[in-house]
Write a protein that binds this ligand. Structure first.
Ligand SMILES: [Cu+2]
Length: 376
């Protein structure tokens, strides 16, 4: 029996990643720079300069929340992925989830009451091999105000395990399943209203490796996209309130990679060196919006479309569609140093917080790319 280890890689090569340095870089998306540079000012301008006052009557948030001192960060480090599976026989793998509700950073000046698996958004990256027996336990923390559960899309069985794991605060439930189909799958809380549990952060990814594993790459990253529906306009400050009405109308205020604005830019950018190969597992928790996932300045050499690992990967692709409740993997080699920007190419969403950085260090490669001097 094996315990999943979700320990992050240790990064030895620290890049100076101050906001100023990132903004000075000319590579990448100007808009992402604008968003981060002018922050709330730009956002408020876009929304008419108002900080909407919360209208609690329209929200389901009239619960009593414990406000935490300091600012907790639920943003998942994209490097926090268990290593590739090297064994070639099935095993029993334990997956322990705990559902935790906590106030944490949403943006520079805002916090939000997230609902999480294991205190991060997305929840832990679960990695098993086809044929494995997976023992899932779900503990709902004593301090929770809601019932929670988990539906793994990798499960053959009712509700993906949702019914078997529905746990009131303080309860612990579980189920066992056999991973029959290799692929990249989403998991999420499925307690009604499901969209609200997902919007508040309750999603993650499970990779079921095929018998012979995946091709070796130099770096693997874990990225998930989601929307957040707040009463207050994007760019407001303070503790924001969830809006059930905006959720039903599919009108999010925030779009985020890995839980909060700046999670994959200022906090945990992806990093690689010239000549290395990169695989990004990209999933959409949603709950509602598909992603037109694109990395500015790169081309995906290989795409495992809609999370299928047994179909031939597509080659040489600019942008992929990742449906809500779906996932994919993209692979590419980085040839030129600089800052590359992860986006949903529905680019209005950049202005609502959705951007990530891939910082590539190494020698210039003028054969492949170089800026030419002005002819004048
Ligand atoms: Cu839930």
């Amino acid at each position: 029996m094996k315990h999943q280890d979700h320990t992050a890689d240790t990064e030895t090569n620290e890049v100076a990643l101050s906001r100023r340095n990132l903004l000075k870089s000319s590579a990448g998306l100007a808009m992402a720079g604008t968003l981060l540079a002018t922050g709330q000012a730009a956002a408020q301008h876009a929304h008419g300069g108002t900080s909407a006052t919360p209208s609690p009557g329209a929200s389901l948030s009239n619960r009593i929340y414990t406000v935490v001192d300091g600012i907790t960060d639920i943003g998942k480090d994209p490097k926090d992925i268990p290593p590739p599976i090297t064994r070639r026989t099935p095993e029993t793998v334990k997956v322990e989830l705990e559902t935790i509700e906590l106030e944490a950073r949403l943006d520079g000046r805002t916090t939000y009451r997230y609902w999480t698996f294991n205190g991060t958004v997305p929840g832990p990256f679960v990695r098993v091999r086809v044929g494995d027996t997976v023992e899932v336990t779900l503990k709902n923390h004593d301090d929770s105000s809601m019932m929670h559960n988990v539906d793994f899309h990798a499960v053959n069985g009712p509700g993906g395990g949702a019914g078997a794991t529905s746990a009131a605060p303080g309860e612990k439930k579980g189920f066992t399943f056999k991973a029959l189909n290799p692929g990249i799958y989403v998991y999420h809380c499925a307690v009604p209203p499901v969209a609200m549990h997902i919007a508040n952060g309750m999603y993650g990814m499970i990779l079921v490796e095929p018998e012979n594993g995946l091709p070796k790459v130099d770096h693997e990253f874990y990225v998930m996209q989601g929307e957040i529906y707040t009463e207050e306009a994007f760019g407001s400050s303070g503790l924001l309130t969830e809006s059930y009405e905006k959720l039903l109308n599919e009108r999010p205020e925030y779009f985020v990679f890995n839980g909060h604005v700046g999670s994959l830019t200022e906090h945990n950018p992806l990093k690689a060196k010239v000549g290395e190969t990169v695989r990004i597992y990209i999933g959409v928790g949603g709950p509602n919006f598909s992603s037109s996932f694109h990395v500015i300045g790169e081309i995906f050499d290989k795409v495992y479309q809609v999370g299928s690992l047994t179909s031939e990967p597509l080659t040489n692709v600019q942008t992929i569609t990742v449906p809500a409740g779906g996932a994919a993997a993209v692979e590419f080699k980085v040839e030129v140093p600089g800052r590359y920007v992860l986006v949903d190419h529905a680019l209005s969403r950049v202005e609502r917080g959705l951007a990530g950085f891939l910082i590539v260090e190494g020698d210039e490669n003028h054969d492949i790319f170089h800026a030419t001097a002005s002819a004048e």
